[in-house]
Design a protein around this ligand. Structure first.
Ligand SMILES: [Zn+2]
Length: 492
């Protein structure tokens, strides 16, 4: 941990290095590989603002595609987008005790406006339950005002000491959904529904298989009744919590005194949920799919799905090839296509687009044009196929669909390779011995002290999620009667 921190801090303060092809070997130094890929693929970079990153156009295009996919699901499930203030008065933030305790170490404060010291400090939102609760107190009056189903796309700030591009930054982008309901049953259903949207985003769009489950008391959201999450496994064997959905019970509505009149005109506290997914998912996409050559983009969210590299020598060839490329591009509408007409050698371009993870590369030269074909290379298996130009629009579409499926299957196989069933202390310890990584599944007793002991003994393996409450036999660690089946992993 310490070595990691030092290196990243140095990097942050070092002058910007020149662009070089070289990225660290993934199999040797995963952390450095990750940072190299993010920066050299021009997804994001460090800034002079400690802990805050800049998202560059290629990274932003990726985020837009992810955001649009999720936004579609949020709206299709009946939610509306709106926007709340960035700043939250201290008195509002302090109303829900557990929430305050959970977030206060990470809150950044505004204490001065212009030359004037503020009478009340303003928090830069770490999340918006408190301001939303305060406003909805005014707007929720009757059972007819329920349910409230809203979402905001916003930036939030949590003062992190250690930062890592996309994975852990002081400022990050996310969506936070907030809902209010009359009944507990409806609230439970909402929590599950939104978690399933996150699952669908990961599995159907990002080609990342996930495990759904409930967080332990130690890992749940501060102020929630319970938290459910999706967990994805990265290719270094560590897990990434990739989206969370919280049942807030009546904790916030009581703290903020939000009530409504039910059908019998009785005052009631509504139930609440909140759910969020952030730019962290980009880190997950990189670490799940990337390889020694760099990124691998899932076609459904790839900023560029097909890159065309024209190949020519001299101006005569160039004119012929450029015309053929323009004609081809015009026929590929509906796909995100980029023509690389930079004045660089084809080999440089191939490496560059491999680093950026573009799923399909089309090479088109004079001999191909004569033969009425183009060469297509896929980023995943690097198979070269000659395809008749007339068939390209249909074939490329199909190849992108196949790529998406293969990438998901590959991620499932990768996850399976780390998955182990554990039934006792020796097996659990062995799974993590010598710096080994594992996604260990086994029965657990439910005791927080047992959970903490396992974390200590395995050097950081935590319960990622409780998958069910149907465990039989003995706890994998302490031997007491087991209550839950859980997954353990070290995590980002
Ligand atoms: Zn136990």
């Amino acid at each position: 941990m310490t070595a990691d921190k030092t290196r990243l801090d140095e990097q942050q303060e070092a002058p910007q290095p020149e662009y070089v092809e070289h990225i660290a070997r993934k199999s040797v130094d995963f952390a450095q590989w990750y940072t190299d890929v993010v920066r050299k693929a021009e997804l994001a970079d460090y800034t002079p603002v400690r802990g805050c990153m800049v998202i560059r156009p290629y990274g932003w295009a990726l985020w837009e595609n992810i955001r649009d996919a999720l936004d579609g699901m949020i709206k299709a499930t009946g939610h509306s987008n709106m926007y709340f203030p960035l700043l939250i008065p201290e008195s509002l933030l302090m109303k829900e005790a557990e929430h305050v305790e959970g977030f206060s170490p990470e809150v950044a404060w505004v204490t001065q406006g212009g030359n004037q010291k503020l009478e009340e400090r303003l928090a830069i939102r770490p999340t918006s339950e408190t301001i939303i609760g305060t406003l909805y107190k005014k707007w929720i009056r009757s059972h007819r005002d329920l349910p409230v189903l809203i979402n905001q796309w916003a930036n939030v700030m949590r003062w992190e000491m250690r930062t890592r591009l996309f994975l852990r930054t002081a400022e990050f982008l996310w969506q936070e959904g907030h809902t209010f309901h009359a009944t507990d049953a409806e609230t439970v259903a909402e929590v599950d529904k939104m978690l399933d949207c996150y699952r669908a985003l990961h599995e159907d769009w990002l080609a990342i298989p996930v495990i759904k489950g409930r967080k332990t008391e130690a890992e749940k959201f501060a102020g929630a009744e319970y938290t459910v999450s999706i967990e994805a496994l990265m290719s270094d064997g560590k897990a990434l919590q990739s989206g969370t959905s919280h049942h807030l019970g009546q904790n916030f509505t009581r703290a903020y005194d939000i009530t409504y009149a039910d059908r019998e005109n009785q005052r009631r506290y509504p139930y609440g949920t909140s759910w969020g997914l952030s730019t962290r998912v980009i880190g997950g996409l990189i670490m799940c799919h990337g390889d020694e050559s760099g990124l691998i983009m899932p076609p459904r969210v790839a900023p560029i799905q097909v890159v065309i590299v024209p190949i020519y020598r001299g101006d005569d060839q160039r004119a012929v090839v450029e015309r053929a490329v323009a004609e081809l591009k015009a026929r590929l509408d509906g796909m995100r296509v980029h023509v690389d007409d930079r004045d660089e050698k084809p080999g440089f371009k191939y490496n560059d687009w491999e680093l950026r993870g573009v799923p399909l590369r089309v090479e088109l030269g004079p001999r191909d044009i004569e033969a009425g074909q183009a060469v297509v290379v896929d980023r995943l298996e690097r198979v070269k196929v000659a395809v008749p130009v007339d068939e390209l629009p249909r074939r490329l579409g199909r190849m992108l669909d196949d790529f998406q499926v293969k990438l998901f299957d590959r991620a499932v196989r990768m996850r399976d390779s780390f998955t182990v069933e554990v039934a006792g202390r020796e097996e659990l310890l062995a799974a993590y011995a010598g710096g080994r990584q594992a996604l260990a599944r086994g029965p657990w007793c439910g005791e927080p002290s047992c959970e903490a002991e396992i974390k200590e003994a395995t050097h950081g393996a935590t319960i990622r999620v409780i998958v069910d409450d149907a465990a039989r036999g003995a706890c994998s660690w302490c031997g007491r009667p087991a209550r839950h089946n859980v997954y353990w992993a070290r995590a980002y």
